[in-house]
Design a protein around this ligand. Structure first.
Ligand code: UDP
Ligand code: MG
Length: 313
């Protein structure tokens, strides 16, 4: 089979209501390009019938190439699988819930034809998301930007176009805890952002509860920054510095008969404060060590039940 010009990757986790509309709108947009294209639908362990729907759709539409996971591995790994299976010269990652309007893809392709190798979509506006989601997302992107060594563009999700060269490099990065937008920034290449209005979900609710968002944030930080580890060092130096300065003060106070440092409260506060700092530092260290442990185990990133070749006639 001839390799397509464009690949679209959409991770699917319980999106049965959005799928038909997604396929229709994507097909409309992609047919306008006049080039060959494929749509990799990665089913991330859906339980609402999305899986069967994808299987059926693949029978009728040769553009659709399903990758079906044995269980839920998470959004970032679903996209990773898509990157492994796609064959296009330009690859677009898009959410299946239609929060990313497919029409923006045409604009990305224009930029790609101008020579840009990564075209990421920047959320200039967000619709239909809760105050909590918008605020935590805004804080998250800004914090990541400040503390990571890679300059990951602000307010940018995974909705982006990647040139084949970039996809090949990213496929060689086998880290287990993946933060794809960071990885795409890390590789370099010629990059540009285009603004877009993030729509409300077409149907259903977010598949990113707070727990998953926190996990993503921790992966983002630990994958691209040592800053949290260094914080312990800074606090250590500061408290050691204060203690040294305190020694002559206390000696003078005692010699002059002052009672300023009598009582247990001072001791207790100091001990609790340092104990707290030490436990937090240990926890931070644990986050990194746990990730080293996961890397050392060398387990596969995801397990597929069915892959595109199972659907070829
Ligand atoms: N998704 C996935 N696996 C998951 C969670 C989400 O494949 O464990 C998919 C989901 O179907 C959607 C995309 O990832 O296509 C983004 O998820 P969602 O829209 O729930 O996140 P939000 O837009 O609320 O941040
Ligand atoms: Mg969404």
């Amino acid at each position: 089979m001839k390799t397509p010009r464009y690949s679209i990757i959409a991770p699917v986790f319980n999106e049965v209501e959005s799928l038909p509309v997604l396929i229709r709108r994507l097909s409309e947009v992609m047919d306008q390009t006049g080039e060959t294209w494929e749509l990799i639908l990665v089913d991330d362990g859906s339980t609402d019938g999305s899986t069967d729907m994808i299987r059926e759709m693949a029978k009728d539409d040769a553009h659709i190439r399903p990758v079906i996971f044995v269980r839920n591995f998470g959004h970032q790994l679903a996209v990773t699988a898509g990157l492994d299976y796609c064959r296009g010269d330009a690859v677009v990652i898009i959410d299946a819930d239609l929060q990313d309007p497919p029409e923006v893809i045409l604009e990305m392709i224009t930029r790609w034809n101008e020579g840009y190798e990564v075209v990421y979509a920047v959320r200039s506006e967000r619709e239909g998301e809760t105050w909590f989601k918008r605020t935590t997302a805004a804080i998250f992107y800004r914090m990541i930007f400040r503390i990571t060594d890679v300059k990951i563009p602000l307010d940018t999700g995974d909705f982006r176009l990647l040139d084949r060269k970039v996809v090949n490099v990213m496929n060689r990065m086998k880290e287990k805890h993946r933060f794809l937008r960071g990885m795409a920034a890390w590789v370099g290449y010629k990059q540009i952002g285009i603004p877009y209005k993030r729509a409300a979900r077409l149907a259903g609710v977010t598949k990113y509860p707070f727990r998953k968002m926190l996990k993503l944030a921790l992966n983002a930080i630990t994958s691209f920054s040592y800053f949290p580890l260094q914080v312990a060092t800074y606090i250590g130096f500061i408290s050691a510095g204060i203690s040294i300065l305190a020694i002559p003060v206390v000696i003078v106070e005692r010699l002059t008969g002052s009672q300023a440092f009598f009582g247990q409260a001072t001791t207790l506060i100091a001990v609790l404060f340092l104990g707290g700092v030490q436990l937090i530092s240990l926890g931070i260290l644990g986050e990194y060590v746990g990730r080293i442990y996961d890397e050392a185990k060398g387990r596969p990133l995801y397990i597929v039940r069915e892959e595109p070749s199972d659907f070829e006639k």
